[in-house]
Write a protein that binds this ligand. Structure first.
Ligand SMILES: Cc1cc2nc3c(=O)[nH]c(=O)nc-3n(C[C@H](O)[C@H](O)[C@H](O)COP(=O)(O)OP(=O)(O)OC[C@H]3O[C@@H](n4cnc5c(N)ncnc54)[C@H](O)[C@@H]3O)c2cc1C
Ligand code: FES
Length: 529
């Protein structure tokens, strides 16, 4: 999935290409001025944009054109064909655009277009004088960047309990741990970025209390920070294992960049690992450890890994995939104690291990919101504008439970792309945009050379349909999850375009569906604050 096709290929658009070849909706991959360029046409309009996604470098020519945008095949970022702007996460940076000239039945790609400089908006009444973002993760970072991109000129303070700047968390269990991703790929932005964009990033700054009446936060070290508008984006924390030996030094969890660095350091001197939990993180860790030639055993109470999320067929495939790579499973059992050399299981087995990684789930970090009296429902309750029960306080990411138009239920998910997109929407709503959050949930996983993308949300389903094949020889399929006949989610393996088409189909369904009538779904208040 992460193989970048950024080699120059195809026609040189500087020399021109026949207009008849650029048909409506077609995508022509070529080059101009030493860069890969995608030439495309929507109606009478022609566009030349950078051909490589700015997230992880996917070839946009394998993506999907939707109106005057293009969607990335790998993780569904969306770029404007007109301006190159990254309209939807996970891409945060734009792609380039080139001027096009039509002459004598040919199309020529001319010079690169300058990006229009963002004008700063004055702090008129209704726009907060200062925004505090509580959390330096996916949602918090995307919100801060969006505020500046939208021209917000007020003070932005980002408070993070993490010791490092916002990082590419999904990569921590994948390339970063396997040793295939460069150290520069994490964190998301260099320190200069925050200075340049006047984002006052305070690291190692855990917040202890939130006072919604005086609009103040108090840090654990006693400092106070005032806010006009607040975004809560405190994410989730790993569930801790509660057995004798669970706090030994060789027992690791994986959430932060510091966790990942500690794990990478430990891996260098380890030979035998036990991964406790067959969750996405547990299994991605198992795959990355195998890439480093470490012996891996996975322990979990489930009988089929991933069955609850992806169904039995995919779960069995994933188990066999790991077994083919040398992983041994100990399922239907749990760890009951850990010592320096081994992990004892309820089944009576004793597994040798000089490294233990625990991935038994996460829980949303909502204590602050709860203590401050915000409405809570297994997460922080927000309306469709991502505003909490207290006006002027928004919530996004792993903590937010929002009214989902597709299922008609309040849902909370733990997905990178959702967290970033919610951060972006919440930021715009702090500026009074009144934008409803109705993006279709999306996540992906990568284990060895296997990648799966999931669109939609099916917490429960009563029927799955598999189109295609998923076994050792052939990995090419679409799995549809339905409840009461209604399509709720689609997972694709090596069918990127189908995943994108499913997203568009869900968006069309959403457009024609009423907003769910749930408590605390209200009109947009942000303009009045
Ligand atoms: C190893 C790993 C791999 C993953 N892989 C994938 C994947 O492949 N695909 C996918 O879709 N999702 C993946 N996820 C999930 C994804 O990373 C999360 O859904 C996403 O990070 C949630 O973003 P967030 O902003 O809500 O929270 P986070 O990114 O967790 O950020 C929360 C922030 O809040 C801060 N914070 C918390 N409490 C306080 C406090 N009291 N005071 C100050 N700061 C505080 C934290 O320090 C942190 O900076 C993965 C997660 C992990 C850990
Ligand atoms: S590579 Fe394009 S969204 Fe990830």
């Amino acid at each position: 999935m992460n193989e970048t096709k950024n080699k120059l290929s195809g026609p040189d658009f500087v020399k021109g290409v026949a207009l008849s070849k650029v048909t409506d909706g077609a995508m022509l991959l070529g080059r101009a001025h030493g860069e890969p360029v995608l030439l495309t046409r929507r109606g009478d309009d022609l566009f030349a944009i950078g051909a490589i996604c700015t997230h992880y470098g996917a070839p946009l020519s394998d993506g999907l054109l939707v109106d005057d945008t293009i969607r990335c095949p790998w993780h569904h970022a969306c770029f404007s064909l007109r301006t190159g702007a990254a309209l939807r996460a996970p891409a945060l940076d734009p792609v380039s655009c080139w001027r096009i000239e039509q002459r004598d039945g040919s199309v020529y790609v001319r010079e690169k277009l300058e990006r229009a400089e963002q004008m700063q908006s004055p702090l008129v009444p209704g726009i907060p004088q200062s925004v505090v973002i509580l959390g330096g993760g996916a949602a918090g970072n995307a919100a801060a960047e969006t505020l500046r991109r939208e021209g917000y000129s007020g003070r932005i303070t980002m408070l993070s309990a993490d010791a490092s700047a916002p990082c590419d968390r999904p990569n921590l269990s994948k390339g970063f741990l396997a040793g295939t991703a460069s150290a520069e790929s994490n964190p998301l932005r260099p320190p200069a970025f925050f200075l340049e964009h006047r984002i006052d990033l305070k690291l190692d700054a855990p917040v202890a209390t939130l006072d919604t009446k005086s609009r103040h936060l108090q840090l654990a070290d006693g400092r106070c920070v005032a806010y006009d508008a607040l975004l809560l984006a405190t994410g989730a924390e790993p569930v801790r294992l509660d057995v004798p030996g669970a706090t030994l030094r060789h027992v690791h969890y994986l959430r932060t960049l510091a966790d990942s660095r500690a794990l990478v350091a430990k891996v260098l001197t380890s030979q035998r690992a036990v991964v406790i939990g067959a969750s996405f993180i547990g299994l991605e860790v198992a795959a990355s450890l195998r890439a480093r030639n470490i012996e891996v055993r996975v322990v979990a109470p489930d009988t089929i890994p991933m069955e609850k999320t992806l169904g039995a067929d995919v779960g069995k495939f994933i188990r066999e995939l790991h077994e083919r790579h040398g992983v041994r499973f100990h399922l239907g059992t749990t760890a009951i104690s850990i010592d320096k050399q081994s992990v004892r299981l309820k089944s009576g087995e004793n597994l040798q291990a000089d490294l233990v990684v625990v991935g038994i789930g996460v829980r949303p970090v909502i204590a602050l919101a709860e203590q401050a009296g915000l409405a809570i429902d297994r997460g922080v309750t927000v309306n469709e504008y991502l505003e909490t029960s207290v006006p002027g306080i928004f919530a996004a990411g792993d903590i937010a439970r929002w009214p989902d138009r597709l299922t008609g239920e309040r849902i909370r998910v733990e997905h990178w792309v959702v967290a970033e997109r919610q951060g972006q929407t919440a930021a715009r709503n702090m500026l009074g945009r009144c934008e409803r959050f109705d993006a279709v949930p999306f996540f992906w996983t990568e284990q060895y050379d296997f990648g799966l993308a999931y669109v939609g949300h099916a917490e429960r389903w009563d029927r799955t349909e598999i189109d295609g094949q998923l076994d050792a020889e052939t990995r090419d399929c679409t799995i549809t999850y339905r409840r009461g006949g209604k399509k709720l989610a689609v997972a694709v393996v090596h069918r990127d375009l189908e995943g994108l088409r499913a997203e568009v189909e869900f968006e069309t369904t959403i457009e024609t569906t009423e907003w769910p009538k749930l408590r605390n779904t209200s009109s947009c208040r942000s303009r009045d604050n």
